[in-house]
Ligand binder design. Structure first.
Ligand SMILES: *Cc1c(COP(=O)(O)O)cnc(C)c1O
Length: 400
C-alpha cells in the first residue's frame, strides 16, 4: 500500500509517458537535434532543483542510489564514521556500508528524528559526516544539527526520502545540507515506481555524483566521452519513461502536500477533541512538515501495544526494517575485525520512544512503517471523523 502520489496517478502521467512511447527514445542522453529526444530526465532534474531551491539535481534509479552517489561525491574515507539515526529505513545504513563507510547509530528524540544532543555525543576523530533523516515527513532539527556539523567540520547529507515537500524555517528540506537524497518509490510523497534524486548547491559535488552514477562521465546532455575521468562510477541512471512519469507526479506535489495538510488537521483535531488522557502527538520540528503521518505517543509500551492490536496495526517499534533492532542483516553485519558493531537495545532512548509510538496514516498507508490504520489522501470528511472516533473509542476502552 502506497504513498499519496500513487493514489493520484492519472492523465498527467499518462500524457508524459505517451510522448516517450510515441518517440521510442528511452535514454536520458541525446541530441537536441533529434526530435525524438524529449529530455524528460533532464527536465525532471531542472524542475526538482527549482522546487527544492538548489542549483543542481541528479536523477538516479532509487533513493538508495541517491544516498550512495551523494556519499561517493562527498568522498567517504575508508572506515569513516557516518552518524545516522537508529530509526530510519535500512537504506540509510546499507548505502553507507556499500561505499566503505561505517554507520554509527544515534538516538532519536520525540520528533522521531535524529537527536541533536546524541549526534554531539557520537562524534569521534573518525567521524566524517552526519545523515539527518526527515522521518515520516517531519523535518529534523536542522539548526542544531548544522551548527554541530559546522563546528566539527562534518558533512551533512539530508535523507529526505520520506519528506519530499516538507519545509523547515521557510526553506525546503534538502536545501540545508551539503547534499540531500530523495526517493520516488511507491511509499513516498510522489512516485515513479522507483527513482531517486540527489541535490546540492555545490557544482563539484554534483559533478562527482554524476560521475559516480554513470561510470565517471562528466555531466552532459549528450553523454559523449570527453576529457579525463576523475571518479570511478557505476550505472545508476534513470530512463526517460520513468523520468516522464515522475514529471507528471512532481506537478502534483504542492497539491498533495496542501491536501494532506487539511486532512491531517481535521483528523488530529477530531482526535484531540476526544480528550484522551496520557497521550501526546510526536514533536513536529516545523509546521511546514509533509503531513503524511500522524504519530501518537502513549505513556507506556503496554498501552501502545494494546491500542495497536485493537486497531489491527503495530507499534512503531515493531515496524520491520525501519528500526535498527529489527534489521537482522544489519545486526549480523561484521566489520573488518570480525566485530558486530550493531546490537539490539544499544539505543535505549530510541527503544523507549518507539515502543510507545503508534503511526496513524494520513498520506502514506504502509504496514511497513506501522501505518495501516488511519486515513488516506482520498478520505472524505465523514471517513476522517469516523476513523478519529474509532481511534478515540479504542484508546478510551483501553486506558480509561
Ligand atoms: C525509502 C527510503 C530510502 C530508499 O529509497 P529507495 O528509493 O527505496 O531506494 C532511503 N531512506 C529512507 C529514509 C527511506 O524512507
Amino acid at each position: 500500500m502506497p504513498g499519496p502520489g500513487a493514489f493520484l496517478v492519472g492523465e498527467e502521467e499518462r500524457r508524459e509517458v505517451e510522448e516517450i512511447l510515441q518517440s521510442g527514445y528511452l535514454s536520458r542522453y541525446g541530441s537536441l537535434d533529434n526530435p525524438d529526444f524529449k529530455r524528460k530526465v533532464a527536465t525532471l532534474e531542472e524542475m526538482f532543483a527549482g522546487i527544492i531551491g538548489v542549483k543542481h539535481c541528479l536523477a538516479v534509479n532509487g533513493g538508495t542510489s541517491a544516498i550512495m552517489a551523494s556519499l561517493a561525491a562527498l568522498g567517504i574515507q575508508p572506515g569513516a564514521e557516518i552518524i545516522v539515526p537508529g530509526y530510519t529505513y535500512i537504506a540509510t545504513m546499507s548505502a553507507v556500508i556499500a561505499v566503505g563507510g561505517v554507520p554509527v547509530l544515534a538516538e532519536i528524540d520525540e520528533s522521531l528524528t535524529l537527536d541533536p544532543d546524541d549526534v554531539r555525543r557520537k562524534i569521534t576523530d573518525k567521524t566524517q559526516g552526519v545523515i539527518p533523516v526527515h522521518m515520516l515527513g517531519n523535518p529534523c532539527d536542522m539548526d542544531r544539527i548544522m551548527k554541530t556539523a559546522r563546528e566539527h567540520r562534518l558533512f551533512v547529507l539530508e535523507d529526505g526520502c520520506q519528506a519530499l515537500g516538507a519545509g523547515y524555517k521557510g526553506k525546503r528540506v534538502g536545501s540545508f545540507g551539503d547534499m540531500a537524497a530523495f526517493s520516488l518509490n511507491v511509499n513516498k510523497t510522489i512516485t515513479a515506481g522507483d527513482g531517486g534524486l540527489a541535490v546540492t548547491d555545490n557544482k563539484r559535488l554534483y559533478e562527482r555524483a554524476f560521475g559516480f552514477h554513470d561510470q565517471g562521465h562528466i555531466p552532459s546532455l549528450l553523454g559523449v566521452e570527453f576529457g579525463a575521468r576523475t571518479i570511478l562510477g557505476l550505472n545508476l541512471k534513470l530512463n526517460e519513461l520513468t523520468g516522464a512519469f515522475a514529471i507528471g507526479q512532481l506537478r502534483k506535489l504542492d497539491r498533495i502536500v496542501q491536501t494532506l495538510k487539511v486532512k491531517k488537521k481535521l483528523f488530529k483535531d477530531a482526535i484531540t477533541a476526544g480528550g484522551i488522557r496520557n497521550m501526546e502527538f510526536r514533536k513536529i520540528n516545523d509546521p511546514d512538515e509533509c503531513h503524511t503521518i500522524l504519530t501518537v505517543l502513549f505513556r507506556d509500551a503496554r498501552t501502545a501495544r494494546r491500542v495497536s492490536q485493537s486497531l489491527d496495526t503495530i507499534p512503531v517499534a515493531d515496524s520491520g526494517w525501519h528500526v535498527y533492532s529489527n534489521m537482522e542483516h544489519l545486526l549480523a553485519y561484521k566489520d573488518e575485525d570480525g566485530n558486530r558493531p550493531y546490537r539490539c537495545h544499544m539505543l535505549p532512548q530510541t527503544d523507549d520512544i518507539l515502543s510507545r509510538a503508534v503511526n496513524l496514516s494520513v498520506g502514506v498507508v504502509d504496514p511497513g512503517i506501522g501505518a495501516s490504520f488511519g486515513i488516506n489522501i482520498l478520505s472524505k470528511d465523514q471517513e476522517i471523523q469516523r476513523k478519529a472516533k474509532m481511534f478515540v473509542d479504542t484508546v478510551k476502552s483501553i486506558v480509561d
